[in-house]
Write a protein that binds this ligand. Structure first.
Ligand code: 3PG
Length: 305
């Protein structure tokens, strides 16, 4: 079988070496399309691929139409909002992700962004500390749990809300469980977003919700920009000059957050999972899942069931 790794944002070399070893151990052939700039390159490369490993690369109906032999797409990472699941199902293509494999990398970046924010973006002025502050974690999945673990090391008071995770499971991790998203924003000094981008969550981080943050509140977003109602957050930050927004996702081009100098920062390119370790973990997991799919028909991580 031909397994194509198509990544506009490439994996670290060591991760590619690991993927290659797994693919060859499974008796398959590896093809690489890295740093491509045009969709046409992807459409051409997928023509004879039986399996596809991607990151945030878009796989839509056009890509699936071009990929006549494709049986499985593995998104090496957590969020699979970049794959058209309905189109994949219609094309009889299995879609999987590799949950948890890059969670620590994203969680560590949360604290990179937070220290940067509370120290005034290193502008030389006196800042504040994270010790003793209340951190609210919205969604207690793999990333949220890693954020909680690291927050405890900083001596933070940690709270979480997750509509799909029982309170007991949150409390068992030594985190205060709150009853609602509203309660989380009312309680925390800092809220960190770890919700996926779904029809339910898109634009859900809006004016009314963020306005519940206490004075000096910080919103940190290492999830997706789509979960933010950007026009409403812009309006709120104009009105509330005490709020800060730090993100691992550039907002839409027409959302002028740059006007909030000293209260806003976004990484130029999504960096959360951009570590050698995360690339290796997620890439090798993807290759192993593909081997298991072709060998045993295993679809344990399928997300388009
Ligand atoms: C994920 O959903 O796993 C992260 O956002 C990482 O995305 P990336 O592979 O594009 O860095």
């Amino acid at each position: 079988m031909k397994i194509l790794v198509a990544t506009e944002k490439p994996f670290a070399k060591v991760a590619i070496d690991g993927i290659r070893s797994e693919v060859e151990a499974g008796g398959h052939e590896l093809a690489l399309l890295e740093k491509y700039t045009e969709k046409a390159q992807l459409l051409d490369a997928v023509k004879d691929a039986d399996a596809l490993i991607i990151r945030s690369d878009k796989v839509d109906a056009e890509v699936l139409d071009a990929a006549k032999q494709l049986q499985i797409v593995v998104r090496a990472g957590a969020g699979y909002d970049n794959v058209d699941l309905a189109a994949a199902t219609a094309h009889n293509v299995v879609v999987e992700n590799t949950p948890g494999q890059n969670a620590n990398a994203v969680a560590e970046l949360v604290f990179g962004l937070l220290v940067f924010a509370v120290r005034n973006f290193y502008n030389g002025k006196s800042g504040t500390e994270l010790l003793g502050k209340k951190l609210g974690i919205l969604a207690f999945g793999n990333v949220g749990r890693n954020v909680a673990r690291i927050a405890k090391g900083f001596g933070m008071d940690v709270y979480a809300f997750d509509a799909y995770c029982p309170k007991e499971a949150i409390e068992a991790a030594g985190v205060h469980a709150v009853d609602s998203q509203d309660a989380l924003f009312e309680t925390a000094d800092i809220v960190s977003l770890h919700i996926p981008a779904t029809p339910e969550t898109k634009q859900s981080i809006n004016y009314a919700l963020v306005n519940k943050l206490p004075k000096g509140g910080i919103l940190v977003n290492t999830a997706r920009k789509e979960v933010i109602n950007e026009p409403e957050l812009l309006k709120l930050m104009t009105e509330r000059t005490d709020l800060k927004y730090v993100a691992d996702i550039k907002p839409d081009a027409d959302a002028d957050f740059a006007q909030f100098e000293g209260r806003y920062f976004a990484t130029p390119k999504k960096m959360g999972a951009q570590t050698t370790e995360a690339n290796t973990n997620a890439g090798i997991a993807a290759a192993k899942q593909i081997n298991a799919f072709f060998k045993e028909g295993c679809t344990k991580f399928q997300v388009n069931k």
